[in-house]
Design a protein around this ligand. Structure first.
Ligand code: PMV
Length: 342
């Protein structure tokens, strides 16, 4: 009965063109392609100890404390990936995980968490002689996708692209690919996450994705997202920040409009989400700054600005935006280089 120990640190990511909706066929196959900035500071570190045994046994530690609530999600994940690596259902797991961002900050840890765990499992598969080095990252991204779609993109920096698209060579619905054909302005772009609401989301992203099936706007949205991916490719290459702002903000509001037009409808934004958006728009109108926002499936706002504007943008956060954050909390982050073995 061999024991394997491994550890990975994997970052969160923020999509610019959003994944929202899954194809009916397959498991976790996106209805449209997406692309994200990989972050640097918001990350999950997972240490996995795996001992071979006949049945499946899982212990999860979050920040050193047992967290049985995570077990069903991990168990479901292991069943899904057992078609790729059957050994995963025969073992005793200790998943010792911690997040660099505060627990219940409202920041989703599923992308960073699922990619960190997937990379750990790939390490074990490699040690068992079941995975070649040249297939390592792609397989990790496939596993991560099966845990949480957006997690597939967290394997790579500075950007991750997931979902088949004719403009993105090598793209696939099954796994993400690294994307770095970008203007230098984006290589160290800043993202301050403004923590508007730290509580649990009222509707999970799993449920949210599912509601797209009957949303009458969904087919138009999926077509629009594919077109936006084409536009985004040119914007990332040229560094045209006005076009970047227009596309990124439109994507964020489209994501939330899909939630509002689902049946049952729901709203994840809070009044202060809108206050922040208005303050950013006002500032842009007044001073011509190239700062914008995007949103995840939640109330928090990702405030995006170029590295060159860091001091001024962070002054603006302290003076104008922090008042709309719960307990004045926000997290400064920027584009990062992806996952690392530790
Ligand atoms: O990975 P999931 O199933 O939690 O979906 C996340 C979807 C968004 O974060 C809203 C958008 C995206 O592409 O990351």
């Amino acid at each position: 009965m061999t024991t394997y120990t491994t550890a990975w640190k994997s970052p969160s990511n923020i999509a610019l063109v959003k994944y929202w909706g899954k194809k009916p066929e397959g498991v976790q196959i996106p209805s449209n392609a997406s692309i994200s900035f990989t972050l640097s500071n918001c990350a999950t570190t997972t240490k996995l100890t795996f001992t071979e045994q006949e049945d499946l046994e899982i212990t999860v530690l979050l920040e050193g404390k047992e967290e049985p609530d995570f077990i069903p999600k991990i168990e479901q994940f292991l069943h899904r990936i057992s078609r790729i690596f059957s050994f995963v259902l025969k073992g005793k797991y200790t998943v010792d995980t911690s997040n660099s961002f505060p627990h219940s900050s409202g920041i989703a840890s599923s992308a960073s968490g699922m990619s960190a765990l997937s990379l750990c499992i790939c390490d074990i598969a490699k040690e068992k002689g079941l995975l070649a080095e040249e297939d390592f990252n792609q397989t990790a991204s496939i596993l991560a996708r099966l845990g949480s779609g957006s997690a597939s993109r967290s394997v790579y920096g500075p950007m991750g692209q997931w979902g088949e698209h004719s403009d993105y060579e090598g793209s696939s619905d099954e796994f993400a690919i690294p994307y770095s054909d970008i203007n230098s302005v984006y290589a160290d772009y800043c993202d301050t996450i403004l923590l508007v609401h730290r509580g649990q989301k009222t509707v999970s992203s799993t449920v949210g994705h599912g509601l797209l099936t009957d949303n009458p706007y969904a087919p138009a949205r999926f077509a629009q997202a594919q077109e936006n991916m084409t536009a985004m490719k040119a914007i990332l290459k040229s560094g045209d920040l006005d076009a970047f702002i227009a596309l990124v903000e439109s994507e964020a509001l489209t994501l939330h409009s899909l939630m509002m037009s689902s049946n049952p409808y729901f709203i994840l934004m809070k009044p202060n989400t809108l206050k922040i958006i208005e303050a950013i728009w006002e500032k842009r109108e007044k001073d011509g700054v190239k700062w914008c926002f995007t949103l995840d499936a939640g109330a928090n706002v990702h405030f995006l600005y170029p590295q060159a504007d860091k001091v001024a943008a962070q002054d603006f956060i302290n003076e104008e935006l922090a008042q709309y954050c719960e307990n004045g909390a926000f997290i400064h982050d920027e584009v990062g280089m992806g996952s690392e073995r530790i």
